[in-house]
Design a binder for this molecule. Sequence first.
Ligand code: ADP
Ligand code: MG
Length: 347
Amino acid sequence: MSNHNVLGIIGGGQLGSMLCQAAKKLGIKTIIYCNDQNSPAQNYSDSFICAEYTDEKKIIGFANQVDVVTFEFENIPVQTLKKIQLIKPVYPEPNINFIIQHRSREKNFINQLGIKTVDYKNIFSNRDIENVEELLPGILKTTTLGYDGKGQYIISSLKDFEKIDLKSEFILEKKINLKKEISIILTRYQDGSSIVYEPIENIHKDQILDTSKIPSNIDDKTANLSKDNSIKLANELGYIGTMCVEYFIDENNQLFVNEIAPRVHNSGHLTINAYNISQFESHVRSVCNLEKIEPIMESDAVMKNIIGEDIYNYKNKEFKNNEYFFDYLKKEAKPKRKMGHLTTLKI
Ligand code: ADP
Ligand code: MG
């Protein structure tokens, strides 16, 4: 069925670990390429290459050992992905990262399809902070390399800009009153068809995902629109693999795309236990061109992220039959670092 027997994965965090586990189940070997010697995914992969993402020799060596390449985080230099693409297929397509790695390009792409994002303005130099009053209070975000709220600043008044070094590129987004946040996980296969998981409701604390649950408590109209928008985005990108679209819902029930993640996503961890097929297995099936399986939700579920030193409260704990604890096996419990998660099924 498949001619892809060895899957190369760039990035070695928990998403990589879970991709390796899904691949193993399907009889596919994995090689992790990561710049961190302590990368947790090496515990689950068949082999591990530790090198910088710009190390051309190592990258080419890696590409020669695998049949197809994917990645578990989006901030890999696009040039690196394009070099690999000369040797082996890379899914999702590297040009997609060029758009999504940059918040301004990403929002522009989404709006051009007639899909709403919150109002924003590019802040590429000091001059751009004129006439931004209607976006205040707002959130200033670096255009690249932000995650888990890193590189973000609340701007309540123009005075707040004084503390910030505006040398790099930012966008200023209007801060909206969130009623809810949801995400859509979907997997688009190589024949252009997609499978879509049910909307997931997400609660963030300090801009980091805290809990995700299914079913989400939203009306059918919003649920359908969020699914339709996500499929439209995936089709337009020519996406192959699993991706996530994060949405805001405001007090007037308006739906906005927050951001797209071109990879498996933290909010989809509950698919491992609550569905017949996880977001990770769907991703591996898609990039390795295996048979498509429709996801079926088998149970309601809640997933809680375990952050920082809180992990030590779980390591020796006894769990009930409906509780599934995942320890990411990270060497150091730094504050704000995702260390594990607990999924509880409501059977
Ligand atoms: P990251 O790329 O770090 O995940 P996000 O842009 O998704 O950053 O922001 C993280 C969280 O911060 C969001 O999930 C949301 O809870 C909050 N947030 C971000 N932008 C806005 C906004 N414009 N209005 C209200 N809340 C926001
Ligand atoms: Mg986010």
